[in-house]
Design a protein around this ligand. Structure first.
Ligand SMILES: Cc1cc2nc3c(=O)[nH]c(=O)nc-3n(C[C@H](O)[C@H](O)[C@H](O)COP(=O)(O)OP(=O)(O)OC[C@H]3O[C@@H](n4cnc5c(N)ncnc54)[C@H](O)[C@@H]3O)c2cc1C
Length: 385
């Protein structure tokens, strides 16, 4: 089995392949240190438990679990913080780099080529497919496209398919926990937070630091969703000043202070987009993670989906007599799940960015009723109440 991409999806698929008895080679374009990406990734506790049990993740990988979700907004007419609602929401926040490191260690049974971009993949009429790099080509029974949102492998399975922009952006950052006041830190030790404002919202949660599991080394991870800044054509605004502007205009003083005045450990701006491949596999090709589909980050499910893709592949390879049969089983399970998550992301984005409610006028009952209507029966591990 050849795997294009060695990030979360690529390493998880490599673990799945080796556990199912395949000889696996991973090709990763980057020769940089993937573990240095210190951003936040939330996964459901039961998935975390299953991945540890099966040996995909090391039980010692630090996490920062919380049990509740708290909705906040700025108090009308003052800079104070108003709590709108609080709901049970057990989640397991991880540090992206530590999650990748743990998967990479579990994928030690595969061959890993770093700094080796795949230039093309091609179906072989007799069966299997070729992976080409600048160094030559290799034939595989199964080729996994785990090459992210601009996947070259997906172009073979679904030519011409492109991400559809949502029309707004997300700024994703991390701040050392020392920037937090006692009260905010106390809140975040037990809950993840949504801070609503007109035209967008911010999500805040603690994650383990890059170095270890010491709670004093934790980072505050955030994702702020809003419209792009107005800037002259061809000129891109720096993310830090715009995030500061949003925080100062819309956040309660306490939260604006954290975002606007803190030294950031990381800050990046991502476009938000939807994409769903019509088939998660077309033997001998199989797509995983963002290569198979991009769901808006409101679902906190891109990495979750990649990990579930891997569990599904392992199960299918173990249960089926041939790789082709296994990939048909994979596509039957994962294609509808990808479509469901894209739809969920659209609903969450419409409600929390495109048509935001008057947050500050809402209380527990209004938030509960509003969010049930937003989900309209769709499942989300974040809002499972
Ligand atoms: C703001 C934000 C918050 C998020 N929060 C969460 C969350 O809380 N929970 C969650 O589950 N998900 C979350 N996600 C989504 C998650 O980050 C992604 O879905 C996930 O990291 C995708 O992993 P991947 O391995 O599929 O893709 P990537 O991480 O993009 O990896 C693709 C890899 O393929 C390599 N590659 C590409 N082309 C080639 C080539 N030609 N040859 C060789 N290698 C190649 C790249 O170098 C890269 O390493 C969030 C996303 C955003 C933007």
């Amino acid at each position: 089995m050849g795997v294009v991409g060695g990030s979360i999806a690529g390493c998880a698929m490599a673990v799945a392949g080796t556990r199912a008895g395949a000889d696996v080679t991973v090709y990763e374009r980057s020769d940089g240190a993937l573990q240095d990406r210190g951003l936040g990734i939330v996964i459901p506790p039961d998935l975390h438990g299953r991945l540890v049990e099966l040996g995909y993740l090391d039980a010692a990988m630090p996490t920062a679990p919380v049990a509740e979700h708290v909705w906040l907004a700025r108090s009308p007419g003052s800079g104070g913080t108003r709590e709108l609602a609080r709901q049970p929401s057990p989640v397991t926040p991880c540090n992206w780099g530590r999650l990748w490191q743990s998967l990479r260690a579990s994928a030690g049974g595969a061959r890993h080529h770093r700094g080796r971009p795949v230039t093309s993949v091609e179906r072989v009429p007799a069966g299997g497919a070729l992976i080409r790099t600048a160094d030559g080509e290799e034939a595989y029974d199964i080729v996994v496209g785990a090459d992210g949102h601009r996947s070259l492998t997906r172009q073979t399975v679904a030519p011409g398919l492109r991400p559809e922009p949502a029309g707004y952006l997300v700024w994703r950052g991390t701040i050392p926990v020392s920037a937090l006041t006692g009260r905010t830190l106390e809140l975040l030790r037990g809950a993840w937070v949504t801070l609503g404002f007109p035209g967008g919202h911010g999500i805040f949660y603690l994650i383990p630091g890059a170095a270890g599991g010491d709670p004093r080394e934790r980072l505050l991870a955030y994702a702020i969703y809003a419209s792009p800044p107005a800037s002259p054509p061809g000129e891109e605004r720096e993310p830090a000043p715009y995030v500061r502007e949003i925080a100062e205009e819309h956040f309660p003083d306490e939260w604006a202070g954290i975002v606007a005045r803190s030294e950031h450990a990381s800050l990046v701006c991502h476009p938000v987009a939807d994409l769903h491949a019509p088939r998660a596999a077309d033997p001998p090709f199989v797509l995983a993670g963002d290569a198979a589909g991009i769901t808006r980050p409101h679902t906190a499910s891109g990495a979750v989906k990649a990990l579930q893709d891997a569990l599904c592949l392992e199960r299918a390879l173990g249960a089926c007599a041939s790789p082709a049969e296994a990939l048909h089983r994979y596509t039957a399970e994962r294609t509808p799940e990808g479509a469901r998550l894209v739809e969920l992301g659209r609903r969450l984005g419409a409600a929390q960015v495109e048509r935001t409610p008057d947050w500050s006028a809402m209380g527990q009952a209004e938030v509960d009723t509003w969010f049930r209507a937003v989900l309209a029966g769709n499942r989300s591990y974040l809002y499972d109440y």
